[in-house]
Design a protein around this ligand. Structure first.
Ligand code: BES
Ligand code: MN
Ligand code: ZN
Length: 489
C-alpha cells in the first residue's frame, strides 16, 4: 500500500522552473502579488500569471484554492497552477492550499515554489493528508504516487518543522487504513497484530485474550463477542514519554470489527458500512502511533476492545443479563446496542489499572448522533468542563468538528431495568445521550471524562477538505493537539 507521499524541501532555484517536469505550482497572494518565482513563471508563460491575477476570476479564488494555467508552451512541466495564499496564512489556509495541490498533483511529481510564505510545513501536511488513497484491494497495479518537492528559502528549517507533522500524517493514515479495511481481513486477531507491531516504535503493547478477560470479570464485553468465531480481545498500548509515575491520559476505543446487530439483526441495506464500527479503536491506535513517532513527552495509554457482533447458536440473546467488570448487572434488551457493553468493561479496567488523569472514549456508538449532528460534528459528552473545553479548543484548532451535548439525571433514569441494575438501551428519544449516560455509569466520579460519539465522522460518503471519501481519521489531529497543549512539558 503506498504510504504517505514523499515530500522534500529544497533550496529555491528559479532557473530550475523551466526544466521541472510533472506539475509545477506557485503561491500568489490573494491581491495578486507575485514573488520572484511568480515573476519568473510569468515570463516563462508569456504573462499568463499576470493576466490571471488581473482578471475578475482571481478575485473569486479563495485563499488556499488554486487555478490551473493548463499546458504552458516552452516549459517541461505538464501544467502550472497558481495557488492563492497570503504571505502569512492561517493553519487552515495553508492546509487547504496543500489539499488543492494534492488534487492538482494526482500521481505525477510536483514542484512547488513556496518562496518565503509562512506555514509551509502545514501546507505540506495538507498535501500529504489529501493524497491518501486506499488501494490495497485494487488488483490493477496501484501507481506509486510520485514525490513532491517544495522550494523554500531555508529547506532545513522547513524540514524540521514538517517532521512532527509527518508523524501526525502517519497516525492519520494508520487510522484510515484500519477503518477502510474490510472485516474479513481486519478480524480481531489481525487488528491486535497490527497494534502489536507498533512495539517497534517504542510503544508497550499487551494483548489480553478471552481467558484473561473472563478472569477480570468482563462479562459485558465477552457477551457481545460470544456469537463470533473471532476471539474477543483487549489491546493495551502504553506510551510513557512523560515523567515516571505521572498518571496517564487514557484513550479507550470501541473496536467492533463488524456489527451485524447480533440477534437484534440490522437490516441488509447499508449493513456493509459496519466494517467501520471499530473506528473508535482505529483513532486510538492512530493517536498512539503519532505520539510514538513524534516522541511525545507525555504518558498516554490507549485501550481497544476488540469484538465481532454476530448472530449464531452461541450469540447473546435479547433479555440476557450480563455482569460487568464493575460488578453491575446489565439486561441486554437490544444486542445491537453492543458498543456501550464493550466500552463499559474496557473503561472500568482502564480506571482500575491506570488511575488515569483523564479518560476519553471514542466510539461509532449511535445512529442517533448522525440524525443530530450529521457528518460535520462528533458528539461530545463530558463530566468535566475544563477537560471538555480543552478538547473543544484543540478540535477547533485542527478543523475537526465537535459539538458538546448534554447529560442529566432524567436521561439516566431511562436505563432502569425491572430485573437488573440497568438495561442497555433507553428508548428511541435522545438515543445518543442515553448511550452516553450508560457509559457514565462506568466512570468514577473523580475521573475527568469525555465520550466522543464519532458515528457520523469516522467514515463519510463524500470527499472532505483533507480526505477522499471513506475513512477520515477524524480525531487523530485533535487528540494529538490536546496531548501537546495540556499533557506535555
Ligand atoms: N454501530 C452502531 C451505531 C452506528 C450506526 C454507527 C450508524 C455508524 C453508523 C451501534 O452499535 C448501534 O447499532 N447502535 C444502535 C443503538 C440502538 C439499538 C439503541 C443504533 O444506533 O441504532
Ligand atoms: Mn450495534
Ligand atoms: Zn456498533
Amino acid at each position: 500500500m503506498p504510504g504517505p507521499i514523499a515530500i522534500s524541501f529544497i533550496e529555491t532555484d528559479l532557473d530550475a522552473l523551466k526544466e521541472a517536469t510533472g506539475k509545477l505550482a506557485v503561491l500568489v497572494t490573494p491581491d495578486g502579488k507575485l514573488d520572484p518565482a511568480g515573476r519568473r513563471l510569468d515570463r516563462l508563460t508569456r504573462g499568463a500569471l499576470t493576466r490571471l491575477v488581473e482578471s475578475d476570476r482571481w478575485g473569486k479564488v479563495k485563499a488556499g484554492e488554486g487555478v490551473s494555467l493548463g499546458y504552458p508552451a516552452g516549459m517541461a512541466a505538464s501544467a502550472v497552477m497558481a495557488v492563492s495564499l497570503p504571505r502569512r496564512p492561517t493553519v487552515e489556509e495553508a492546509r487547504k492550499a496543500g489539499a488543492s495541490l494534492a488534487k492538482f498533483k494526482g500521481t505525477e511529481a510536483l514542484t512547488l515554489a513556496a518562496g518565503s510564505t509562512g506555514r509551509v510545513a502545514e501546507l505540506a501536511l495538507g498535501l500529504v493528508l489529501r493524497s491518501y488513497d486506499f488501494t490495497t484491494h485494487k488488483t490493477a497495479e496501484a501507481e506509486e504516487a510520485a514525490p513532491a518537492a517544495i522550494m523554500v528559502g531555508k529547506p532545513e528549517d522547513a524540514a524540521a518543522e514538517a517532521r512532527p507533522l509527518m508523524a501526525l500524517a502517519e497516525g492519520v493514515f494508520f487510522t484510515r487504513d484500519l477503518v477502510n479495511e474490510p472485516s474479513n481481513v481486519l478480524t480481531t486477531t489481525e487488528f491486535a497484530e497490527r497494534l502489536a507491531a507498533m512495539q517497534a516504535l517504542g510503544l508497550e503493547v499487551e494483548i489480553l485474550e478471552e481467558e484473561a478477560l473472563a478472569k477480570l470479570g468482563m462479562g459485558a464485553l465477552l457477551g457481545v463477542g460470544q456469537g463470533s468465531d473471532s476471539p474477543s480481545k483487549v489491546v493495551v498500548m502504553q506510551w510513557n514519554g512523560g515523567k515516571a509515575g505521572e498518571p496517564p491520559l487514557a484513550l479507550v476505543g470501541k473496536g467492533v470489527v463488524f456489527d451485524t446487530g447480533g440477534i437484534s439483526l440490522k437490516p441488509a441495506g447499508g449493513m456493509e458500512d459496519m466494517t467501520m464500527d471499530m473506528g473508535g479503536g482505529g483513532v486510538v491506535a492512530g493517536v498512539m502511533r503519532a505520539l510514538a513517532l513524534r516522541g511525545a513527552k507525555a504518558n498516554v495509554v490507549g485501550l481497544v476492545g476488540l469484538v465481532e457482533n454476530m448472530p449464531g447458536p452461541n450469540a447473546q440473546r435479547p433479555g440476557d443479563v450480563v455482569t460487568s467488570m464493575k460488578g453491575d448487572t446489565i439486561e441486554v434488551i437490544n444486542t445491537d446496542a453492543e458498543g456501550r457493553l464493550v466500552l463499559a468493561d474496557v473503561m472500568w479496567y482502564a480506571q482500575e489499572r491506570f488511575k488515569p488523569a483523564g479518560m476519553i472514549d471514542l466510539a461509532t456508538l449511535t445512529g442517533a448522533i448522525i440524525i443530530a449532528l450529521g457528518h460535520e460534528n462528533a458528539g461530545v459528552f463530558s463530566n468535566n468542563d475544563a477537560l471538555c473545553d480543552a478538547f473543544l479548543k484543540a478540535a477547533k484548532a485542527e478543523g475537526e468538528g465537535a459539538w458538546r451535548m448534554p447529560l442529566g439525571q432524567a436521561y439516566d433514569d431511562k436505563l432502569k431495568s425491572r430485573i437488573a441494575d440497568m438495561k442497555n438501551v433507553g428508548g428511541r428519544d435522545a438515543g445518543s445521550i442515553t448511550a452516553a449516560q450508560f457509559l457514565q455509569r462506568f466512570v468514577k466520579p473523580e475521573c475527568p471524562w469525555i465520550h466522543l460519539d464519532i458515528a457520523g465522522v469516522a467514515s463519510v460518503k463524500s470527499d472532505t477538505a483533507l480526505a477522499p471519501k471513506g475513512a477520515t481519521g477524524w480525531g487523530v489531529l485533535a487528540l494529538d493537539r490536546l496531548v501537546r497543549d495540556n499533557f506535555e512539558g
